[in-house]
Design a protein around this ligand. Structure first.
Ligand SMILES: Cc1cc2nc3c(=O)[nH]c(=O)nc-3n(C[C@H](O)[C@H](O)[C@H](O)COP(=O)(O)O)c2cc1C
Length: 227
């Protein structure tokens, strides 16, 4: 698969096969991904890779947070980095369009017990969509350049994962509660928990993994200067 094809093929995977990902594969994946660029080459990233009983222990605690949803948002999470949003007028319709597309799959017309189904979805998300592994992406520096570098390495992991037949979903929601990771994993206090990646073999029969994703037309995104 060439790079352009990989960029188009990567998409957020939200249903995984139960097959575990061998440690050797995850090691190779992170070994190649550490070649991502970073500001000043400081490589501010640190990865905590979870699977098996430890992942189950973490997700059992995260799932308790599904009930803290007040209808609009989770109540009083204390993430390590300030939360994004509320989004600007320009961006809100893009967020709404994703929600409409995924809600249509999760809750088709006539869905009964909608609230229970929505709770089920939040729990599924807080279990990293039942992926057999999760990568917690941390930063040893909280400056903007380092956080950009964390984004760069995160996408590098997601693209490289394709070479191993793996699917990924970058996930901000689980890291809203960094105290859970700190308590259950031996993590230094000053290391910021920035984001996470659910990772495993994708179930490509699941409609949530195959629906057409929208993107803004290029003309809405670019101004050309001098060419
Ligand atoms: C920083 C970041 C955080 C995200 N957090 C979540 C999340 O918590 N839950 C989720 O289902 N998807 C999450 N996503 C996935 C986005 O919804 C997804 O990338 C976007 O809808 C575009 O779709 P695609 O990844 O399939 O191209 C996140 C993506 C990014 C980059």
């Amino acid at each position: 698969m060439d790079v352009i094809e990989a960029i188009h093929t990567r998409r957020s995977i939200r249903v995984f096969k139960p097959d575990p990902v061998p440690k050797k594969v995850l090691q190779e994946l992170l070994d190649v991904s550490r070649w991502a660029p970073s500001g000043g080459n400081v490589q501010p990233w640190h990865f905590d890779v979870l699977a098996g009983k430890l992942l189950a222990k973490v997700t059992a605690r995260l799932v308790e947070k599904a009930k803290t949803w007040d209808g609009h948002d989770y109540m009083n999470p204390k993430p390590d980095l300030p939360r994004t949003g509320p989004y600007s007028k320009l961006l809100i319709p893009r967020q709404q369009s994703l929600k409409a597309l995924t809600d249509a799959i999760r809750y088709p017309p006539g869905t009964k017990n909608l609230e229970a189904k929505q709770l089920e979805h939040r729990e599924h998300m807080l279990r990293f969509f039942d992926a057999p592994s999760a990568i917690i992406v941390c930063a040893d520096d909280r400056g903007p350049a380092s956080i950009v570098s964390i984004g760069v390495v995160t996408q590098t992991i997601c693209l490289a994962a394709l070479a191993y037949g793996l699917g990924t979903c970058i996930m901000g929601v689980p890291v809203l509660w960094p105290e859970i990771f700190r308590e259950l994993l031996d993590m230094p206090k000053d290391r910021a928990i920035v984001t996470s990646i659910a990772i495993g073999y994708p179930d490509l029969r699941a409609p949530i993994n195959t629906f057409p994703r929208p993107r803004e037309p290029l003309d809405n995104l670019v101004e050309w200067h001098g060419l």
